[in-house]
Design a binder for this molecule. Structure first.
Ligand code: NAP
Length: 434
């Protein structure tokens, strides 16, 4: 083992940072043996410096920039959270020749490459395994294990809050508001749940996954996004009748258009998933990611997608890799964006659909509704009349694969149809072989 210790600065001492600091201290001998040099915690950035934070107060600082610029700091772990000042701190660290490990998905998903380029110029590492799906190794399998394969699709449940809410709705019949209230009471949902329930968090992760899977820069703005706030208990009833459940999916796909051009599609939406599909059985706050690659076939990664200790596990994996690279004088794989595939417009994406509507209960309505689908080339696989209400009937249509553009036109026509009182929901159906 080399004698020279590797100095580590941790930015943030919250859920994740306090676990990272604990593991660095408690596992010091093992980490030193694995790395070939001891790790030494040189400073921890917080907003509130005080002597009740579980660490010697001399280690704490509220001056992030000063900490990441210190000469005795070799590696920086950023687990503070907001895009700023994290972005600036990471840039300062990289430009100063320090490798950086971050869990900041919001920052990475809006990055136009400036962080990766700074790491490149300084010949240091920028690792972010913890930014997607907490403890689950998915970034390294995509960037390293599958580096020689062609990834076709990455689809997963990468937001624990929404998965908890949807699992509750499915198992108890609760409506969205009560399931959200339960999630908040148990600490699974934040005071402002918008980033989770509107799909922003899942979209940030989809952008990161699509970028590395398809060697293309994809930002959160490129990701089509729908949240879960409009899902109703009736949608779950219909899903069950169809042998499905409902999950918020992040899907990243290589699509080939009718012009032969390959494009990248990244999208987040709640979808019906057959109960026989592996993702249907991922419940509560758990996450899972299914990767399909040309030669490898289908791979599934499953585990705890959030929480202080699970996320710290992923951060520590990156930290050990970066420290080893430093000891050995090399660096890990650099950012790979050579393919630069264009982003596919949502209109060309083909999936199956579930459309639920309330119609006037009179003869001929079903066939005139069906005609609206047929006119736009959307073929119907199944029609169910779900219930009779005083004011009409609820019917559910499940289609074969169709383009999003054709389905959107159909839904607009149905909304104007004189026998359709309301289009209640439109959801995609994913994970079937048809
Ligand atoms: P957290 O509990 O809110 O902790 C944030 C920490 O950063 C706190 O210690 C806070 O200091 C410090 N901090 C915030 N702004 C600061 C500033 N301007 N200067 C100095 N210190 C500052 O957050 P977390 O849950 O640990 O999450 C940290 C990061 O990991 C986020 O990017 C998050 O998206 C990501 N992440 C979290 C999870 C998870 O399950 N929690 C999972 C994956 C990724 P004070 O303590 O003094 O307020």
């Amino acid at each position: 083992m080399t004698e020279k210790a590797i100095g580590v600065a941790v930015l943030g001492l919250g859920n994740v940072g306090s676990e990272v600091a604990r593991i660095i201290e408690e596992s010091a001998p093992d980490l030193a043996a694995r790395i070939g040099a001891p790790l030494e915690l040189r400073g921890v950035a917080v907003r509130r410096v005080s002597d009740d934070r579980g660490l010697p107060v001399e280690l704490l600082t509220d001056n992030v920039e000063e900490l990441v610029s210190r000469e005795d700091v070799d590696l920086v772990v950023e687990v503070m959270g907001p895009v700023e000042p994290a972005r600036k701190a990471i840039l300062t660290a990289l430009e100063g020749g320090k490798s950086v490990v971050t869990a900041n998905k919001a920052l990475l998903a809006q990055s136009t490459g400036e962080l990766a380029q700074a790491a490149e110029r300084a010949h240091v590492d920028l690792y972010f395994e913890a930014a997607v799906a907490g403890a689950i190794p998915v970034i390294r399998p995509l960037t390293q294990s599958l580096a020689g394969d062609t990834v076709l699709r990455v689809a997963g449940i990468v937001n624990g809050t929404t998965n908890y809410i949807l699992s509750e709705m499915s198992s108890t019949g609760a409506d969205y508001s009560s399931a959200l209230a339960d999630a908040s009471a148990l600490g699974y949902a934040e005071a402002d749940p918008t980033a989770d329930v509107e799909g922003y968090d899942a979209a940030a992760k989809a952008a990161i996954l699509a970028s590395i899977a398809f060697h293309t820069r994809v930002t959160a703005d490129d990701v089509y996004r729908e949240g879960i706030t409009k899902i109703t208990p009736e949608d779950f009833d219909s899903a069950k009748a169809l042998g499905c459940t409902i999950k918020l999916l992040s899907i990243c796909e290589r699509v080939t258009g009718s012009d032969g051009q390959q494009r990248v599609s990244a999208r987040v939406y709640p979808a019906l998933v057959p109960l026989s599909h592996p993702l249907a059985n991922v419940n509560g706050a758990f996450n899972a990611v299914v990767v399909e690659a040309e030669a490898a076939g289908r791979l599934m990664f499953y585990g705890q997608g959030a929480g202080g200790a699970p996320t710290a596990s992923a951060v520590m994996g990156d930290l050990v890799m970066a420290a080893r690279n430093r000891v050995q004088g090399g660096r890990g794989p650099r950012e790979s964006k050579y393919a630069q595939l264009p982003i596919a417009p949502m209109g060309i994406i083909q999936t199956r659909y579930y459309v639920s509507m309330t119609v006037t209960d009179r003869p001929g309505v079903l066939s005139s509704v069906a005609a609206e689908f047929a006119k736009r080339g959307v073929s119907i696989a199944e029609v169910r009349q779900e219930s009779m209400a005083d004011e009409g009937a609820r019917i559910v249509v499940v289609t074969h694969r169709a383009t999003d553009a054709a389905l959107s036109e159909t839904v607009a026509a149905l909304a104007d149809h004189d026998a359709v009182q309301e289009v209640n929901s439109v959801l995609r159906l994913e994970g079937t072989s048809e």
